[in-house]
Structures are given as structure tokens and as C-alpha cells.
Design a protein around this ligand. Structure first.
Ligand code: SF4
Length: 227
């Protein structure tokens, strides 16, 4: 029986606690060894799996060893290097432009503020949040990806639909100490159990508090449509 706890704050804390118990080792799955590699991996990961990105960056990071190398790269060659990634032409262009900005405006260093990061080509708030959290140890917000968006709506934590609005609401109800980790917990749960098309509600540790549970609800609150 999926019944939400009495307040959204209580519901949120309980969800995060249970997911902590379920996925104690949850962390970022992109591979990188410095801030620039992190930034490039996150740009590449938009609408693409981390697994695919990791397989491409294994060679990419060997070939290009810093922002100057990417900035000077031939557009077609760079696009070819990442051609198994979704939107590889656009992403090659973002990477070249971003690296040019990093060289010219930031002395070759990946910036450490939200405003400077989001001024870079192809970098939105989600990418900037990831780079701040994992590259600079600065937690300014909650990374809202497709898993966070889907589950926070399914679990009744928010009714918002844009990542920006969802992030604002989550920052109100998720304890600040959990802003970073809650994203990884939702990603782990989304991959293991609460998938977009066919969540395995029978096996879900949140089933009894989930108002979207297929066991007793007709509606997926993530989409607002019937299961
Ligand atoms: S798997 Fe089912 S019960 Fe669990 S959070 Fe997702 S929709 Fe809710």
C-alpha cells in the first residue's frame, strides 16, 4: 500500500534514509582524473549513458591532454572521436568552444563558480552543479537529471516539471547535507528498480510510501498518465 508520509519533508527524509541503506556505495559513475575531464565527461553524458561516455573517454582523454589541445582540435576530427555519443557534432563544438573560453578567460583552469561555469558553451546548471560538487567540493544545489526528475515526482516530493523548478523545491525539502548524495541515490534506484518504463514496484524499498506504486495506484505521477 503506497501512502505518503504526512509531510513532504518527512517523506523526503524517509526516502533518502531508505535509499542510503539500499545503496550505501552510490557515487558518480563517470570516469575522470581531473576537473577538465570531469567537465568534458558531463557534457558528453547529456542524453547518453555513463557507460557509453566512459568507453569513449578512455581513448579521448589519452589523445587530448588539456584545454589547449581541445581548443585547437579540428571540429570534424573531434566529432569523429566521439561519434558513438548522442549529438556528437554539437558536443564536439561545445567542447572546443568551452576549452577555448577556459584557455582565454580562465588561464586554462575550469572555473569554480556557478556563474562562470554556466557562461561556458554548452554548460547548464546541471553540468555546473556536477563539476562544482565533484571537481571543486562545492555543493550549491541538487543535480536534477532524468532519474531525479522522475522519482521525485513519482514519490510525491514535487509536482514541478522543469529541472530548475524541481531543483528549487528539492533544495527546500532535502537536508543540505544530502544535496549531493541524493542524486546518486536516485540514479542507483532508477537503474536498479524504478526505471522509466517498467518500475519493479514489488521489489521496491519505497513501495509502502510511494503514491505511484503500481501495486495500488493507477497513475504514474512522473508523467501524470495511467500505468
Ligand atoms: S519502483 Fe514503484 S514503488 Fe518504487 S519508487 Fe518507483 S514507482 Fe514507486
Amino acid at each position: 500500500m503506497g501512502t505518503m508520509l504526512s509531510s513532504t519533508e518527512e517523506q523526503t527524509v524517509e526516502v533518502v534514509d531508505r535509499l542510503h541503506d539500499e545503496y550505501p556505495e552510490s557515487t558518480i559513475s563517470l570516469r575522470f582524473s581531473n576537473r577538465l575531464e570531469l567537465l568534458i565527461a558531463v557534457i558528453l553524458s547529456a542524453q547518453c549513458t555513463d557507460e557509453r561516455v566512459n568507453s569513449v573517454t578512455a581513448d579521448l582523454f589519452e589523445k587530448y591532454d588539456g584545454p589547449e589541445a581541445y581548443a585547437a582540435a579540428d571540429q570534424e576530427e573531434l566529432a569523429e572521436d566521439i561519434n558513438s555519443i548522442t549529438y556528437y557534432n554539437n558536443k564536439a563544438s561545445y567542447i572546443r568552444d568551452t576549452c577555448e573560453q577556459i584557455v582565454e578567460e580562465h588561464d586554462g583552469e575550469v572555473p569554480d563558480t556557478m556563474s562562470a561555469l554556466t557562461d561556458l558553451s554548452g554548460v547548464g546548471r546541471k553540468t555546473a552543479n556536477v563539476v562544482l560538487q565533484h571537481g571543486h567540493d562545492v555543493v550549491e544545489g541538487v543535480v536534477v537529471d532524468t532519474h531525479v526528475k522522475r522519482q521525485s515526482r513519482r514519490l510525491g516530493l514535487t509536482e514541478q516539471s522543469t529541472p530548475e523548478a524541481i531543483e528549487r523545491e528539492l533544495m527546500e525539502i532535502v537536508p543540505e547535507s544530502e544535496w549531493q548524495q541524493c542524486t546518486h541515490l536516485f540514479i542507483s534506484h532508477g537503474r536498479a528498480v524504478c526505471s522509466a518504463r517498467n518500475p519493479n514496484c514489488e521489489a521496491c524499498v519505497l513501495e509502502d510510501i510511494c503514491p505511484s506504486s503500481k501495486l495500488d495506484s493507477d497513475t504514474d505521477l512522473a508523467s501524470g498518465e495511467r500505468w
